[in-house]
Design a protein around this ligand. Sequence first.
Ligand code: PHB
Length: 393
Amino acid sequence: MTSATRTQVGIIGGGPSGLLLSQLLQLRGIDTVVLERRSRDYVLGRIRAGVLEHGFAELMREAQVGERMDREGQIHEGVYIAYDGRRERIDLHALTGKTVMVYGQTELTRDLYEGRDRLGGKVIHEAEDVRPQDLNSSHPYITYRDGSGPHRIDCDYVVGCDGFHGVSRQSIPKDKIQTFEKIFPFGWLGVLSRTPPVSSELIYANHERGFALCSLRSATLSRYYIQVPLSDTVQEWSDELFFEELKRRLPEEVASSMVTGVSIEKSIAPLRSFAVEPMRYGNLFLAGDAAHIVPPTGAKGLNTAASDIYYLYHALVDHYARGNDRGLESYSSRALARVWKGQRFSWWMTKLLHRFPDDSPYDRRLQQTELAYLFSSERALASLAENYVGLPF
Ligand code: PHB
């Protein structure tokens, strides 16, 4: 027998987007259920993004889950770009009046789970065969199975926060959405290591051997990346080889002070740009990676998911508290306007800093000129900075 329950907003996906939305809505008296295919430990085992825009940090505080972030996260006022053997600082704070917060997605997700537990939020893990149904009717519902059998949740709205491979976007008929996609001809090999970070601020490096990034999670945890061909495998890259290659791509002054060590995590991620339009089908709303992906170069992935949640949260509060549906009606177009600015910036940063295998000498000169122009123009730097700290919601 199928057990049936009811909620106002059924949320598919228990990553940061789904958890943040359910937390924010519950604080406004709106009932939600979050369905997650994986276990909590699995979700918390993923090492992902680390840079939060100012507006995202504010949203975490509004959701009453910002305490540990404010205690343990690091406020960053600048980032570096290294090229041509030198390192130039971009003073984000002087250029925009704003800063970013360095705090890992893993930690943020843990705080969100704790917030959900504290408020007695309903988060169902290891939900199998999750399927949103009757999305185009005013009575959508979600079916799923768990150890105790089949279940059905009737909802007013379904929100798909289940990532790029999730069922939500796949439930939309193909002829109802348009897909935009760009695949980049390389990946990022990332390493997390228990070593003091080489720099207290992030260093993005353009080098003839390929892009490199020095990031961090804390005073004792470093996160480093190098651009690699898509054909490379993690097994080919020992920790020694990784650090050797990373150092080669950094200015001498940086490389010589790098503390190397053993990796705690090592993985290769392909780079992809992807977006669908619209971000709504009937009473299903898509948010985050379910609707769009960016290459990680501008640190915009998680942050763009957060802006979707911001729009959707306010739209749902307007609906339930004020009977005003304008926010829901305009959700897709408002979210997409910002999504595309994130796409543009991520593509631009990726193009600026990577070696593309098919680039001609002409393309290379343009890239060098782009860097030279950037560091010769306060206005060009301000444009980078305002995107990096986050455009307004
Ligand atoms: C990270 O710390 O994982 C990180 C930071 C900045 C990026 C991408 C990833 O642009």
